[in-house]
Design a protein around this ligand. Structure first.
Ligand SMILES: Nc1ncnc2c1ncn2[C@@H]1O[C@H](COP(=O)(O)OP(=O)(O)O)[C@@H](O)[C@H]1O
Ligand SMILES: [Mg+2]
Length: 632
């Protein structure tokens, strides 16, 4: 329950709607409780018309006797209304003959029916307004919550995403928020309805007859309990159904995306069998749920039936003993039915609140995570592009792998650094440290002589064009994918960037050109095309610092040479870090670092490194020999 307190500021934010909603709930229920009063009065009138007048007349008593005996009065509600509205009581004068009596009763019955309809009409209007205020409020808070959670997603560093499963994180913003919304909307609304309805109805019932009230209401708490138990079972079973459902769709999705591999390995039969067993389990769980579900209504109907029977039986006895009028029994039967839903919803609302509370606790825990990489500087700074590593080391916290150790170098603005080394030697880690996707565990990374931890983070990231090793393109048009990193870019700029990345001709080759959709519903690009679009995205930003993480690996050496040539032109005066495992990519760099197991084993220019006849020279020789174009 405590977790839900985090939502109180939201209630306060929308306090106007909440207060209006409460008022509407009160009005809705007031009219619900009022309508049966009118019915009860009508029946009481009919009863007295018969017993006091018609029965004696039929028995042969003289009319003067009967009518002078006791005057027949209009029902309390009608007389009160006509007094309030100043209409006078003329139509309600006590009848003096059989004809007058019939006319009187017909008129009053019509009026009562009108009042009843009016009450229900108003009840409907206010119940509409209740939803328009409270449910709307819950949707607004839901929106705010989702925004807060999404903001937090954006603040959290990549390490956080490595440690938490994607599906689990998705649940915060979808499942958990919708459970909380059930508390904000329905639970609050039904909770208030429950409270006002009970007070109003039970109040009216007690005023009429406390004894009958006790008898009528006796079975209802039993119903609350039963509904609570049954809905807890239903929740539990439907969770089981849900999880099997997600398992099933995950399985299908995986089989679809891996369909080629599936076919190539002739696993179709196996896949079908596995699907069948998962689908069987799903069917089994659904049938289990349906069984419990089917108990819900019968329990309610049975207990309401019991209440109704008790009301009629005990009420009848009290009418015989003269403690009660016939109309009141009808009124009570209405009330018992009115109270059904509130009593039933006690159990339902309780389980809603419990679920919401568990979800909100998870959301709170998520929102309280402090990002390990956060901006500490107030003022933005102009980045020049000088990069310094001072004895930098990094041990990944989750795997304990020492990815970098004792790295030092200094790169002037406008220089190009190349990093070469085997897979797993720490090249990507180095690139990520410059963009401050991770903080080093030892040493300092500086840009423009300032440690990254104290540098304005948005300025740093804004100055960097980072092309990651694993290219990511959005399911959007090619143009939008290239434009992704900037707020606005003209088509000409987009095309220029694509030309620099040497992918323009490929793009114009598609029938839709730059408007070609990528991803699930669009075309599939080759690895090299993806890499070059990713490069176009980075160069469009004209970054002060450009980082290429092995993003030319799927591009042939000829295209690579063209792209690198373009880069030299557009990166004039700007800093570049080019990671590769190919000598051809790095040969023209101002400084080449050869990494092995996280350490710099060789450093220098291409010529210097060939001179020392080490790892680099080895690599050079091997690659020259195997290159299809022969020695360059
Ligand atoms: N996010 C990570 N968490 C834990 N270990 C990692 C992570 N990323 C890389 N590593 C490990 O760090 C080492 C260096 O990796 P990386 O920098 O990707 O090398 P390269 O880019 O040269 O192939 C590898 O042993 C790798 O398994
Ligand atoms: Mg890498």
């Amino acid at each position: 329950m405590g977790a839900l307190a985090a939502l109180n500021p939201f209630f306060w934010k929308y306090r106007g709607r909440l207060a209006l909603g409460m008022l509407f709930v009160l009005l809705t229920n007031a009219f619900s409780v009022f309508a049966p009063v009118v019915i009860g009065e009508g029946i009481n009138l009919l009863e007295s018309a018969y017993t006091v007048f018609l029965a004696p007349l039929d028995a042969g008593r003289p009319a003067e006797d009967v009518f002078s005996n006791a005057p027949l009065a209009a029902p309390p509600t009608l007389s009160t209304l006509s007094r309030w509205t100043g209409l006078g009581t003329a139509p309600f004068d006590a009848p003096q003959s059989r004809e007058e009596l019939v006319r009187f009763v017909t008129f009053i019955a019509g009026m009562q029916a009108l009042l009843y309809m009016l009450a229900y009409l108003l009840k409907g209007v206010f119940s509409f307004m209740t939803r328009q205020t409270i449910i709307v409020m819950s949707r607004l808070i839901e929106y705010d919550l989702k925004e807060a959670i999404y903001d937090q997603y954006q603040r959290l560093p990549s390490a956080f995403y490595k440690q938490n499963a994607t599906g689990d994180l998705m649940n915060r913003i979808s499942e958990d928020v919708s459970k909380v919304r059930m508390y904000l909307g329905p639970a609050v609304m039904y909770g208030m309805t429950l409270a006002t309805m009970m007070v109003l109805t039970v109040g009216v019932m007690l005023r009429i007859d406390p004894v009958l009230t006790l008898w009528s209401l006796a079975p209802l708490p039993l119903m609350s309990l039963a509904v609570y138990k049954v809905s807890a079972r239903i929740h539990q079973k439907s969770d089981a159904v849900q999880s099997q459902q997600s398992l099933l769709s995950a399985k299908v999705q995986q089989d679809f995306s891996g369909i080629r591999i599936l076919a190539a390995h002739r696993r179709e039969k196996r896949a079908t069998q596995r699907f069948e067993s998962a689908a069987d389990e799903y069917k089994f769980r659904t049938l289990d749920l349906v069984k419990v579900d089917a108990m819900f209504m019968p329990i309610i109907v049975m207990l309401v039936g019991l209440s109704t029977i008790l009301t009629i039986y005990v009420g009848g006895l009290r009418v015989f003993s003269g403690d009660l009028q016939l109309g009141h029994i009808f009124q009570f039967v209405f009330y018992v039915n009115l109270l059904t839903w509130p009593f039933a919803s006690v159990g339902w609302v309780t389980s809603l609140v419990q679920k919401a509370s568990a979800s909100q606790a998870r959301i709170n825990a998520f929102l309280e995570v402090e990002p390990s990489i956060a901006n500490t500087a107030e003022a933005p700074s102009e980045i020049q592009g000088r990069i310094t590593f001072k004895d930098v080391g990094l041990t990944y916290p989750d795997s304990g792998i020492r990815a970098l150790d004792g790295l030092s170098f200094d790169l002037e603005p406008g220089q190009t650094l190349a990093v070469i080394g085997r897979t797993g030697s720490g090249k990507t880690t180095l690139a990520q440290l410059v963009a401050r996707l991770y903080d080093p565990t030892d040493g300092v990374v500086e840009v423009d002589g300032q440690p990254l931890k104290s540098l304005h983070l948005p300025s740093l990231r804004g100055a960097i064009g980072y092309v990651p090793q694993d290219v990511f393109l959005f399911s959007d048009t090619i143009a939008e994918n290239i434009r992704f990193g900037v707020d606005h870019a003209e088509q000409a700029e987009v095309e220029q960037a694509a030309k620099n990345a040497h992918v323009h001709d490929n793009i114009t080759g598609f029938s839709e050109g730059y408007d070609t959709l990528l991803g699930e519903r669009g075309v599939n690009l080759s690895g090299g095309q993806k890499q070059r679009i990713s490069i176009a995205r980075a160069v469009l930003r004209k970054p002060r610092i450009l980082i290429f993480d092995d993003c030319l690996s799927a591009v042939d050496t000829e295209t690579e040479a063209i792209i690198l040539g373009n880069l030299r032109r557009i990166m004039e005066g700007r800093t570049a870090i080019i990671v590769s495992h190919r000598v051809s990519t790095v040969r023209d760099a101002d400084l080449i670092l050869v990494l092995d197991e996280g350490r710099i084993v060789e450093r220098g220019t291409h010529a210097e490194l060939l001179e020392i006849q080490g790892l680099y020279a080895d690599l050079h020789q091997k690659q020259e020999r195997s290159s299809p174009e022969g020695p360059a």
